[in-house]
Design a protein around this ligand. Structure first.
Ligand code: SAM
Length: 246
């Protein structure tokens, strides 16, 4: 069992080495920001429910390294929306890694966004915009159809529903990047209708895994391309999405 609570130096070393082993390079500036992010996460988690994960090694692996695995599927995309970002996963992690790309973090739960505002301020982050609201409503209210190169999301909804939330935001030929556990094949089988209606095609499945205390976690990142505009009818309102998922 790795240490539950690490000094800042130890935290940086473990994060650096875990990333290096996966060919993800982190410099001192980024490591410093990840430590500050960890500190705020622990501090704020005492006041509000941000994450069930408070053990330092698990924060490193399940939050930071897991989200940084998205760098393996990100190419030239410049603008991203993280739908259902929660405490910033994966959007804030990727914004720290890519200071020259733009990230919009969206969530329906305002208290988590107050935390994210604090992270932006304390870490001196300049490439993050934060929006409060439901994905299926904000795209119309803010007229954000087809305005991002890619969406990213982790642990928000079943694939057909998630794609109805995210794909309207993505430009034609852009990508929906979806982080999932290894039971994703069942969800993919349920998604043929959603993929067809929303003009989406699965391009690539990137598999990776990690071990914590002898337990193996298998993960997949789906890269789904948008081949044509989202039909105007979508996304439908929450009631309809819930009652009759695509
Ligand atoms: N992505 C983060 C992670 O992996 O740690 C948070 C995951 S949490 C289980 C799901 C988040 O999605 C919650 O913060 C919830 O408020 C948000 N969410 C769910 N449905 C949403 C919607 N329709 N629009 C915006 N946010 C939504």
């Amino acid at each position: 069992m790795k240490n539950e609570i690490m000094s800042e130096e130890e935290f940086k070393n473990v994060l650096f080495n875990e990333c290096k082993a996966r060919e993800i390079e982190l410099d001192d500036t980024k490591l410093e920001k990840f430590v500050k992010y960890r500190n705020l996460l622990i501090e704020w988690n005492e006041k509000m429910n941000l994450t069930a994960i408070t053990n330092d090694y698990e924060i490193i692996i399940k939050h930071f390294v897991d989200c940084l695995e998205c760098t393996k599927v990100i190419e030239k995309e410049q603008s991203f929306i993280d739908v259902g970002t929660g405490a910033g996963f994966p959007g804030m992690v990727l914004a720290i890694y890519y200071p020259d790309k733009e990230f919009t973090l969206l969530d329906a739960l305002n208290k988590r966004l107050i935390f994210l505002e604090e992270v932006v301020k304390s870490l001196d982050i300049h490439n993050v915009k934060i929006i409060h609201g439901r994905a299926e409503e904000i795209v119309r209210i803010n007229n954000m159809y087809e305005s991002f190169d890619a969406s990213v999301s982790r642990a928000v909804a079943q694939l057909p529903t998630l794609l109805e939330y995210t794909s309207p935001y993505v430009r034609v030929n852009g990508k929906c990047i979806v982080m999932k556990g290894d039971n994703v094949e069942d969800e993919i089988n349920l998604s043929s209708n959603a993929l067809k209606i929303l003009n989406l095609k699965i391009l690539n499945k990137y598999h990776y895994k990690f071990n914590i205390n002898d337990e193996e976690y298998n993960r997949i990142i789906l890269s789904i391309i948008k081949t044509n505009k989202t039909p105007e009818k979508y996304p439908r309102n929450y009631g309809k999405i819930k009652k009759n998922p695509l």
